[in-house]
Ligand binder design. Structure first.
Ligand SMILES: Cc1cc2nc3c(=O)[nH]c(=O)nc-3n(C[C@H](O)[C@H](O)[C@H](O)COP(=O)(O)OP(=O)(O)OC[C@H]3O[C@@H](n4cnc5c(N)ncnc54)[C@H](O)[C@@H]3O)c2cc1C
Ligand code: FES
Ligand code: FES
Length: 549
């Protein structure tokens, strides 16, 4: 394993490619194979590249493929409007195994249609939930339908790291990263979800539990894009739950667990149990499930199933925990996950709720992308910058950013990071470099209204974005923002190193939720580390700003 050398920059050079359609993305993947890596939110990929564990020759940024974003009912094929997918759908409808005729814009990859595309499309229900691979973890955690009917997944996404990582990280990235500790995987496995993969030879579907092959290894071929995750409609009288134990709230799991249960009165009609961080891949525990299936549920039965689950897993000792402790946690989480899922199944909500009602619930739910400013300049001032650090690099381009209301045109290298462009080219040094790998929050800025970690954002991928840094908080006449005033009044800083990131995350909170509770403030700021003030004064300051004090 390489030792991390410098998390400040991406030392390795690569060509950044940005397809405008799904078909173009497939073409690029087919052309570059293993030399290319897909970039979604970058919270895994950029970290691995900084650690020099990965050195792709091509980085394919899929962030602009809006058809891969969002949550809707019905088979995934409806969500993706590319010639390739339409062809796959057509083939599936006619259940014909003829070759796929993929349009010119997709490239000449016509090959025999994969059988799975036809087979599964037949079984794909209009009532299943389709989540685009690029949908952010935060959007899923806040979606009304997911929270109510696919509760284990909403809980898994809410348990995920920090607000910034939830905003940047995507569901597709979480699965394709292939981590045994993925939070979404056990929930998706418990809910019976499938991944939808699209390649030059059409569409393939696979149950999530078969997608994982080993640490960092999945069944996705290098020429395939994960386009969506489909979850079947929950059975009547069913419920689900997810639980996680980590070293701290914002950490990846020592152990995570998900359960889904279908009730038939006092009996367990069906159930699925899944765990993460206790085997080389996220796993199901079929023996523990068998203990429950068909039985009247009693506390003794739950304890028995928990003991069997603890035997079925194969954890290891590592930096986060010991194998022995993990087994104990598996037993404890199994009891709690089964109990919660059982209780939720008793409410019978999944059975009674009509799909149309779900849709209207979502329509009424607040927009998760609150604060999105759109990519519009507020000041018609155009300033061109040349990145002196990067002139020698071969792959560079011109990008446009609106930073604190001022339009900027910048020359950046493909491996430049937003943080360095802000600090070095624009001399906006308020935004700090702390850890460089997404863990401290010191580099938090608002990008299109959402808090992101500038140390993990490729400058090229931010082209067209509206960026707000701490320098943009005060009014043009220098009057401080009420949050800044409150930080001063409540002595919420000492050295001040964490303060810009803390302020930007708190600003996002107050824009999204003007009247937060103390718990809301602590939850929202959990990704911002302060090494000298402590958090009490910071929390008081944010609450005071919210109350206009
Ligand atoms: C500080 C920190 C905390 C974290 N905490 C958690 C946590 O609590 N729980 C957890 O589960 N994870 C956690 N992670 C890991 C990471 O945030 C998640 O795995 C996230 O969902 C990855 O999504 P992404 O869009 O950022 O993926 P990226 O980094 O963009 O991509 C990840 C991998 O998937 C591939 N990929 C991405 N999208 C596709 C696609 N559509 N088709 C094909 N390949 C694709 C990429 O090439 C890459 O190999 C954490 C990461 C950091 C830095
Ligand atoms: S410097 Fe970006 S999170 Fe630490
Ligand atoms: S004030 Fe010093 S790190 Fe927070």
């Amino acid at each position: 394993m390489n030792i991390m050398t410098n998390s400040h920059i991406l030392v390795h050079e690569f060509t950044y490619l940005e397809p405008q359609t799904v078909a173009e993305a497939i073409d690029l993947l087919a052309a570059h194979g293993d030399a290319a890596r897909v970039l979604a939110g970058g919270t895994d990929l950029i970290v691995q590249m900084k650690m020099e564990r990965l050195k792709p020759g091509y980085v394919i940024g899929i962030g602009r493929l809006t058809e891969l974003k969002g949550i809707k009912h019905g088979p995934a094929v409806e969500t993706v409007h590319s010639p390739a997918v339409e062809t796959a759908a057509t083939v599936a409808k006619s259940a014909c195994a003829d070759s796929l005729s993929i349009g010119a814009s997709v490239g000449a990859h016509g090959r025999p249609a994969v059988e799975t595309a036809a087979t599964v499309a037949k079984s794909a229900s209009a009532d299943s939930l389709s989540i685009g691979a690029l949908t952010s973890i935060r959007e899923i955690a806040r979606n009304a339908t997911v929270r109510r009917h696919y509760t284990a997944l909403a809980e898994a996404c809410a348990a995920f790291s920090t607000v910034q990582v939830q905003v940047m990280g995507t569901l597709g990235g979480n699965l394709c990263n292939g981590s045994p500790a993925s939070d979404s995987a056990p929930a998706l496995i418990a809910l019976g979800a499938e991944v939808v993969l699209l390649g030059p030879d059409g569409e393939t579907r696979l149950p999530v539990e078969r997608f994982f092959l080993g640490p960092g290894k999945t069944a996705r071929r290098p020429d395939q894009l994960l386009t969506a995750i489909e979850i079947p409609q929950p059975a009547p009288n069913s419920g689900s739950a997810f639980l996680k134990v980590g070293r701290v709230a914002a950490d990846i799991a020592k152990v995570n667990a998900a359960a889904s249960i279908v009730r038939d009165g006092d009996r367990v009609a069906d159930c699925r149990l899944a765990f993460g961080s206790v085997a080389p891949t996220p796993i199901r525990t079929p023996k523990a499930e068998a203990v429950l299936r068909g039985q009247v549920l009693t506390p003794e039965l739950i304890t028995q199933a928990a003991a069997v689950a603890a035997e079925e897993v194969s954890p290891i000792d590592d930096v986060r925990s010991t194998a022995a402790y993990r087994r104990k946690v598996v037993a404890a989480l199994t009891v709690d996950a089964i109990s919660r899922a059982w209780e939720r199944a008793a409410n019978g909500e999944s059975a009674n709720q009509r799909i149309s009602e779900w849709r209207s619930a979502d329509a009424q739910a607040s927009n998760p992308q609150v604060g999105g400013n759109g990519r519009h300049a507020t000041h018609a001032q155009d300033i061109t910058h040349h990145a002196s650090r990067t002139v020698a690099l071969p792959h560079h381009r011109t990008i446009r950013l609106t930073v604190n209301g001022v339009r900027r045109r910048l020359q950046v290298a493909d491996n430049d990071l937003l943080l360095n462009v802000l600090r070095d080219d624009l001399e906006l040094t308020g935004t700090k470099y702390g850890c460089g790998i997404g863990e401290c929050g010191a580099c938090t800025v608002l990008m299109d209204g959402q808090p992101v970690l500038a140390c993990l954002v490729l400058a090229a991928a931010a082209d067209g974005a509206n960026i707000r840094t701490v320098e943009g908080l005060a009014a043009p006449d220098g009057t401080l923002d009420p949050l800044q005033e409150a930080f001063l009044d409540y002595a919420a800083l000492q050295c001040g190193f964490c303060t810009p990131g803390m302020l930007m995350t708190a600003k996002h909170l107050l824009e999204e939720n003007p009247h937060p509770t103390e718990a809301d403030v602590r939850e929202h700021l959990r990704g911002n580390m302060c090494r000298c003030t402590g958090y009490a004064a910071i929390v008081r300051a944010v609450l005071a700003a919210a109350n206009g004090e």
